[in-house]
Design a protein around this ligand. Structure first.
Ligand code: SPV
Ligand code: MN
Length: 634
């Protein structure tokens, strides 16, 4: 692959590098045996004009330096805890920017639901925006591994950024991978490039030119450009920027890049069974990860076939999780990690009290006067709309190492990944799906749980909250190929497997007529345990038109054992009621959406039609709302 450059002239790039870098960092760079990389960096130097350059090798000195630099730049602010800092993105930069995130493709053709742009136009715009953009700033070059060292699953990436905060985040979230670049492994296997600049900053060190915020993904060249933004979802390359490149590569090579956690659930005799799970942001993904028995990953999974099995690795070693609502009762372990004096955490967009204590919605103490995402906050402060301003932002986040969690599964470093026994899909749905349900088989699950996933919108993206959105595989924001192709890839992937993962749907957000949630936050632990038993064929289920649901008596045992709770028949009946009209409406919505996506596999419509017929048959026999007690066991 001939890689895209920022400049086309030929010139002595070694000379540029030598003159722009100090000896140590120059040597670190040229020790990586890749002239193309050297020339690219040199182009960036000539175009963006950073004042100095730092190549991260990953030793302790680098970690200390990058943290110090983030503080010195005021990108991070100290707290009263030695290893914890706060970063503010600025009030207009608090979430991923869907509208300005575009997939560059040569033809510029429209792909439904995917924001595309003609590649040549995108590249020329970006090259313009990077002109002089790093003046006066230090530029960091950071090689990372997305996955265990020297694993066949692992992808490589090179982050180049003028933000110490982004570099710091990268270094918490990913394995620094200088050695695999220096010994040529990453060069041979190919690596992604992420070029980022915060752009011009205002006096609060917030990106000033938000109107020119751009995140452009160049599939042809495995490169992502991001400019005039700080929010990690827009800037941290190996995370959501890489995910789009990964999806594209997986599609070509026949494996999966998923927006999924990876967890272990213990069964009888300490058996550990692994599940992956896809939920749109703000739908219980982090809390499910934390409530499981072991954690391999909380956001991303690369899933490949290995000896007939689906195996998953987590490309990350840290977590950039939603902090809103994290409280000592429901999330004791996460809460402990966030406030342990010894753990390193970057909080973003929380409230920093005057005494240096980080506060977020979920802490039992009342909020204090201090700095927040909208500059300052004091008790009683009202926003522009006259309503009380939330002290910490609903999309406030924490960035920390997974190694702090007692439940961290040592197999996070297994180069062959963990076997995936079940895949879970969960959205925010107040009125349709039962709390947990197993699909009839892989194809049924991929269609009705994965491809048909919908969710009521949360604060993780810019825009109105509460609207029901199409959210297939919880990955729509990160797709670089059409949804139809992504579904087809899952069908293709199954053919390689001798052992097929079971597929489940969960819904933690079912409400009663008065709008109260029907479940408690911790109930999800019971659903996980039930799924674990299902995978091993150790509990029966009730067949409904949309899948298999738990038998009341099995849940009674699990609720008692896992949560010390008596699970009543009334609760069960209300939660597991089959809601035929809502399901039929959902099928109509999903049918319509896919009928407008040209390369949707035909089988998707067949599966939806079959489900519709089943629903109608059940309705004729039992009526619109069916108590699970009326249905037969499988
Ligand atoms: C998500 O929104 O899905 C996240 C955070 O995990 S972000 O990095 O913004 O994508
Ligand atoms: Mn995510």
């Amino acid at each position: 692959m001939v890689r895209e450059r920022l400049l086309y002239e030929e010139y002595d790039y070694m000379d540029v590098l030598e003159k722009s870098m100090d000896k140590i960092h120059f040597k670190r760079l040229i020790d990586i045996p890749d002239p193309e990389l050297h020339r690219w960096i040199s182009d960036i130097i000539l175009v963006a004009k950073p004042e100095s350059i730092y190549v991260v090798k990953g030793d302790q000195g680098d970690f200390d330096f990058v943290r110090k630099k983030a503080l010195e730049n005021r990108e991070e602010i100290p707290t009263r805890y030695k290893y914890k800092t706060v970063h503010f993105d600025g009030p207009r930069d608090l979430a991923r920017d869907r509208a300005n995130t575009k997939i560059l493709i040569p033809s510029g053709e429209n792909i439904p639901y995917i924001n595309t742009l003609r590649r040549d136009l995108g590249l020329s715009e970006i090259k313009g925006l990077f002109r002089d953009v790093m003046k006066g700033k230090m530029m960091f070059i950071l090689p990372v591994c997305m996955g265990p060292h020297r694993s066949d699953f692992t992808l490589y990436g090179l982050q180049v950024t003028d933000s110490a905060y982004v570099t710091h985040s990268d270094m918490i979230l990913y394995r620094v991978c200088y050695d695999e670049f220096r010994d040529g492994t990453a060069i041979k296997k190919g690596y992604m490039r992420f070029l980022h600049s915060v752009g011009e900053l205002d006096e609060r060190v917030w990106s000033k030119n938000i109107q020119y915020r751009r995140i452009y993904i160049d599939l042809e060249d495995d490169t992502v450009y991001s400019v005039n933004t700080e929010y990690a979802g827009n800037t941290v390359g190996p995370k959501k920027l890489a995910l789009r490149l990964c999806v594209y590569r997986g599609y070509r090579e026949g494996w999966l890049c998923e927006h999924m956690f990876i967890v272990g659930v213990k069964g009888p005799g300490d058996r550990v069974t692994y599940f992956t799970g896809a939920y749109p942001a703000g739908c219980g993904k982090t809390s499910t990860t934390m409530i499981a028995d072991t954690i391999v990953g909380d956001d991303l999974a690369i899933i490949r076939d290995y000896k007939g099995e689906a195996r998953a690795i987590n490309p990350e070693i840290g977590s950039f999780g939603i902090i809103d609502g994290v409280n000592p009762k429901d999330d004791p372990e996460l809460y402990r990690v966030l406030l342990d004096p010894e753990t390193e955490v970057i909080f973003s967009n929380i409230l920093l009290c005057e005494d240096g204590e980080p506060w977020w919605n979920g802490r039992p103490e009342p909020p204090c006067k201090g700095l927040n995402w909208n500059i300052e906050w004091w008790p009683g402060k009202k926003g522009k709309d006259g309503r009380p301003e939330p002290p910490s932002h609903p999309n406030a986040r924490f960035t920390t190492y997974l190694k702090y969690f007692e439940k961290l599964d040592p197999r996070i470093d297994d180069p062959n990944g963990v076997p995936v026994s079940g895949m879970i899909f969960g959205g925010r749905d107040s009125d349709t799906h039962v709390p947990v349900e197993e699909a009839f088989d892989w194809v049924h699950g991929i269609v009705t749980k994965g491809a048909a996933l919908e969710s009521e919108r949360t604060a993780a993206v810019l825009g109105g909250v509460g609207v029901r959105e199409f959210s297939p595989f919880a990955i729509l924001d990160f797709l670089s190929i059409s949804v139809g192709k992504y579904i087809e890839l899952h069908f293709r992937f199954e053919e390689k497997l001798e052992k097929k993962p079971r597929i489940f749907g969960v819904n933690y957000f079912l409400k009663d007529k008065k709008g109260r949630f029907l479940n408690e936050k911790t109930d999800k632990r019971v659903w996980l345990k039930w799924m674990e038993l299902r995978v091993h064929g150790e509990v029966d289920a009730i067949t409904t038109p949309t899948g298999y649901i738990p038998i009341y008596n099995d849940l009674v045992v699990l609720f008692r054992r896992e949560l010390g709770k008596e699970y009543s028949e009334v609760d069960y009946e209300e939660q597991f009621m089959v809601r035929i009209p809502q399901h039929l409406e959902k099928i109509e919505r999903i049918w319509k959406i896919y009928s407008e996506i040209p390369d949707t596999p035909k089988i998707l419509f067949e599966v939806l039609d079959e489900q519709k017929e089943r629903l109608k048959k059940y309705r004729d026999r039992y009526g619109d709302y069916i108590s699970p007690f009326k249905l037969d066991h499988k």
